[in-house]
Design a protein around this ligand. Structure first.
Ligand code: G6P
Ligand code: MG
Length: 217
C-alpha cells in the first residue's frame, strides 16, 4: 500500500522550471553559449553545478574556467534566478495543485518534497504551501544530483515510509529516473516525449488525481 507522495518542486508545484531556464539562458548568452528548450530539458532536475558543467560542455568551454570562476558563474546564474522569483506568490501555484494536495491529505497519506534546489524552502514559503509538507529535503543536505536517487530516498526516510510505499511526482526525465532508482512509483507531469519512462503520466497538473494514480498501479 502507498503511504506517501513525494513531490519535486520546480515544474511540478510551480512553474519555476521556466525561471531556471531563463536564468541559465541569460548566463549562456553572456558566455556566448546559446541553447534552446530542447537542450534545457537535460538541465531539468539537475543541480546548479552540474547544470553549469553541461552548459560549458555544450559550448566546448569546460576547461576555459578555473573552479573559482565556475563558482562565480553559478552564483551569477543564481542571482538572475533570485531576481526572477522575487515576486512569487500563491498565484504562481500550478492549476490543481492545492486540490491534489488536499486529496492526498484527506486520504491520510504523508506528503514530502525532494528538490534539487537550494532555493526550495524560499519558493515553498512564498507559495504559501509549507504547511502541506510533512518534510522537505532540498539540495542543502544532498550530495548527489538527480538522476541519482539520494534526494528521494532521503525524503522517504524523513517521512518514515519505505520507498516502495512512496509515489514520486516529477516533470523531468532525470527525476523519473531518480524515482525509479529509489524503488518508487513514478508519476510524470508533462509530455510523453520527455516522460515516456514514467509509470503514470498526465499532460498537466490539473489532471493529477490520487484516485486515478492509485488505480493505475
Ligand atoms: C531543480 C531544477 C533545476 C535546478 C536545480 C538547482 O532541480 O529543476 O533546474 O538547476 O533545482 O536549483 P538551485 O536553486 O539550487 O540553483
Ligand atoms: Mg522539476
Amino acid at each position: 500500500t502507498i503511504e506517501a507522495v513525494i513531490f519535486d518542486l520546480d515544474g511540478v508545484i510551480t512553474d519555476t522550471a521556466e525561471y531556471h531556464y531563463l536564468a541559465w539562458k541569460q548566463l549562456g548568452e553572456e558566455l556566448d553559449i546559446p541553447f534552446d528548450r530542447e537542450f534545457n530539458e537535460t538541465l531539468k532536475g539537475v543541480s546548479r553545478t552540474d547544470s553549469l558543467e553541461r552548459i560549458l560542455i555544450l559550448g566546448g568551454k569546460q576547461d576555459a574556467f578555473t573552479a573559482q570562476e565556475k563558482e562565480a558563474l553559478a552564483t551569477k546564474k543564481n542571482d538572475h534566478y533570485v531576481t526572477l522569483i522575487q515576486h512569487i506568490s500563491e498565484q504562481d501555484l500550478l492549476p490543481g495543485i492545492i486540490a491534489f494536495l488536499d486529496e492526498i491529505r484527506a486520504t491520510g497519506l504523508k506528503i514530502g518534497m525532494a528538490s534539487a534546489s537550494k532555493n526550495a524552502l524560499t519558493v515553498v514559503e512564498a507559495l504559501g504551501v509549507r504547511h502541506y509538507f510533512d518534510d522537505i529535503v532540498d539540495a542543502a543536505t544532498v550530495a548527489q544530483s538527480k538522476p541519482h536517487p539520494e534526494v528521494f530516498l532521503r525524503a522517504a526516510e524523513a517521512l518514515g515510509v519505505a520507498p516502495e510505499r512512496c509515489i514520486g511526482v516529477e516533470d523531468a526525465a532525470a527525476g523519473i529516473t531518480a524515482i525509479h532508482a529509489a524503488g518508487m512509483y513514478a508519476v510524470g507531469v508533462g509530455p510523453e516525449t520527455t516522460l515516456h519512462e514514467a509509470d503514470y503520466r498526465v499532460d498537466s497538473t490539473d489532471l493529477l488525481s490520487l484516485e486515478q494514480i492509485l488505480a493505475s498501479r
